[in-house]
Write a protein that binds this ligand. Structure first.
Ligand SMILES: [Fe+2]
Length: 188
C-alpha cells in the first residue's frame, strides 16, 4: 500500500491543508499496513470492533474513520462559528487526528479464516497506544499524536481521565458519537 492508496481509501486526507502534514499522516497508514499485514483489499474486512457489533454491520474501520473525520470537521466548523475561542483550534490537527485515531487497530486485529479476531499483541498494546507510537515515529505534531493517544475512554492511557486538548475533545466526542450510533443499530 502506498500514499495514493491511502488517499483513495480515505479521500478526506485531501482536507489536510498542510501538504507535509498530509504526507506524514499517509505514511503512518502505509507503515501500519506494511507492519501489520493488512493490505488495501483486506482493509475492507477490518472491522470497527471485533466484539459488540453484529456480523451484519455493513461498516468497516475505514467507513468509521471517514465518519469520525467528517463529524470532527463539522463539529470544529460549528464550534468555531459559535465560540470565538474554538476558532483557535487547529483544523488540520483535528482532521489529521481523526484520520489516524484508529490506525492502531491494524495491529489490534487479525484475520483468521476470514474472521476478525484480537491479535496476540492486543492484550499488551491497545490501538490508541500503537497508533500514537507510530505517529511519534513519523514526527507528527504532538497535538495529532495526543488525539490518537487520548481518544478512548476504555483503551487510552488514563482512560476517561486522560488529559484532553480542545482538538482531542472534538475528535474523542465525534468518535464516541459514531461508535454509539453503530452500537444502537448493530449492537450484538
Ligand atoms: Fe474510532
Amino acid at each position: 500500500m502506498n500514499r495514493e492508496d491511502v488517499y483513495t481509501l480515505l479521500p478526506e486526507f485531501h482536507w489536510i491543508a498542510d501538504a507535509a502534514l498530509k504526507e506524514k499522516c499517509a505514511d503512518v497508514w502505509v507503515e501500519a499496513a506494511a507492519q501489520s499485514g493488512w493490505d488495501k483489499k483486506g482493509l475492507e474486512n477490518c472491522p470497527v470492533v471485533v466484539k459488540g457489533l453484529s456480523a451484519n454491520c455493513p461498516y468497516n474501520n475505514l467507513d468509521h474513520t471517514r465518519g469520525v473525520t467528517k463529524l470532527s470537521a463539522t463539529m470544529y466548523d460549528a464550534m468555531s462559528g459559535c465560540y470565538p475561542e474554538a476558532g483557535a483550534c487547529e483544523r488540520d490537527m483535528i482532521i489529521a487526528g481523526a484520520l489516524l485515531h484508529d490506525v492502531g487497530k491494524l495491529f489490534e486485529y487479525d484475520l483468521v479464516d476470514g474472521q476478525p479476531v484480537l491479535s496476540a499483541e492486543a492484550a499488551m498494546f491497545t490501538h490508541p497506544t500503537t497508533g500514537a507510537c507510530l505517529a511519534k515515529k513519523h514526527g507528527l505534531p504532538d497535538k495529532v499524536t495526543h488525539i490518537i493517544l487520548a481518544h478512548s475512554d476504555l483503551l487510552s492511557p488514563g482512560g476517561s481521565q486522560a488529559f484532553q486538548t480542545r482538538e482531542s475533545l472534538i475528535v474523542k466526542n465525534a468518535d464516541a458519537m459514531c461508535f454509539f450510533y453503530l452500537l444502537k443499530h448493530y449492537g450484538a
